[in-house]
Design a protein around this ligand. Structure first.
Ligand code: AHM
Ligand code: MG
Length: 331
């Protein structure tokens, strides 16, 4: 029989059972548990009309929550229950949530997450996901400072995402390769299915919302046009794929080779995506899978965060594609 590995065993193996691996495994296990709850809810989302719509009661007379509200609450609650998580930054919360209490005296991890990314796809049975990045507190003592929760991506301890698609998959890296686990719903376990993912050398896909083309600068439009015909990088035409859930678009490009682009434009001069929980997790994963992420000027992992919900333009995927965009946009 071939070896069956779940995520905690995998993490212990990678870090040879160190204290760090035990603590990190606890945090990841809480993320895994939350993801299982969310996966269950996502899978029955289409049944809400039958079971009860958000804001109303279902057939059991329970209040039904909107999926994004539910997801945010379950992730925060499970982070609260881990003795190792000191704070959580969530796309759904204005401020950083800092946990207090005796069981948190030695907590040293800060988790930034987008509990349900791809909000426009929630109600239409299209893949959505959860993205996360885990940092270690730098300051001494029980408290937490801005420097603790506004760290550069290069200081990430582990990052990953869960994609709730035709199956539910969790992909993570703790700096030693990028690994994918598929949820087996019959036993409720994430089992290692994609070990050591490397982004394919041949990049065949570009992912961008082309409806914003009238807002782009001419040289950017020309660059995208070149991708469709005779790409400078691969010498071949790329094909377009855009789901509108970053997590699902990134996942596909990671496995198939390609570039995801969300530039700054006249409507969003700083881009749309958020540095801490949308840029950094994918930049970290891309790096460890042989790819690269940039804001058009520099490596996303080198950007100094100044606020919790800071936005950036984001280009992520095959290194050569992203470097070509950087060359085009660099001031
Ligand atoms: P969200 O966090 O509100 O879901 O917004 C982020 C999403 C990404 O998942 C996706 O890639 C992008 O927004 C799509 O934006 P647009 O509809 O402008 O193409
Ligand atoms: Mg999002």
């Amino acid at each position: 029989m071939h070896k069956i590995t779940n995520i905690s065993t995998h993490l212990y193996d990678l870090h040879t059972f160190s204290q760090k691996s035990l603590e990190l495994a606890d945090v990841l296990n809480q993320i895994v548990l939350a993801a299982k709850f969310v996966s269950r809810e996502v899978n029955k989302a289409g049944l809400t009309d039958i079971l009860g719509a958000a804001g109303h009661t279902n057939v059991q007379d329970e209040q039904v929550q909107k999926l994004d509200v539910y997801t945010n609450e379950i992730f925060i609650e499970l982070m609260r229950q881990s003795p190792h998580v000191k704070a959580v930054g969530s796309e759904e919360e204005d401020k950083i949530i800092i946990f207090k209490g005796k069981n948190k005296n030695n907590a040293k991890y800060i988790v930034h997450l987008d509990p349900l990314d791809g909000s426009s796809n929630i109600d239409v049975n299209v893949s959505v996901g959860t993205n996360f990045a885990i940092f270690e507190k730098k300051s001494k003592g029980k408290g937490i400072t801005k420097e603790d929760y506004l760290q550069k991506g290069k200081d990430v301890i582990a990052a990953g995402y869960v994609v709730y698609g035709s199956s539910t998959m969790l992909v993570y890296s703790s700096g030693k390769g990028v690994h994918g686990f598929t949820l087996d719903p019959s036993i409720g376990e994430f089992i290692l299915s994609h070990e050591n993912i490397m982004i394919p050398k041949e990049s065949t896909i570009y992912s961008i919302n082309e409806s914003y083309e009238p807002k782009w600068k001419d040289d950017f439009t020309a660059h995208i046009k070149k991708m469709k015909t005779n790409d400078d990088i691969s010498g071949k035409a790329k094909t377009a794929r855009y789901i509108g859930s970053l997590v699902a678009d990134f996942h596909r490009n990671l496995l198939k080779g390609g570039i995801y682009l969300y530039p700054a434009d006249k409507k969003s001069p700083n881009g749309k995506l958020r540095l801490l929980y949308e840029g950094i997790p994918f930049a970290f994963l891309a790096k460890h899978a042989g790819g690269y992420a940039s804001n058009g000027q520099m490596d996303v992992l080198e950007i100094e965060p100044t606020e919790l919900h800071q936005r950036i333009p984001l280009f992520v995927g095959n290194t050569k594609d992203v470097k070509a965009i950087e060359k085009l946009l660099k001031i």
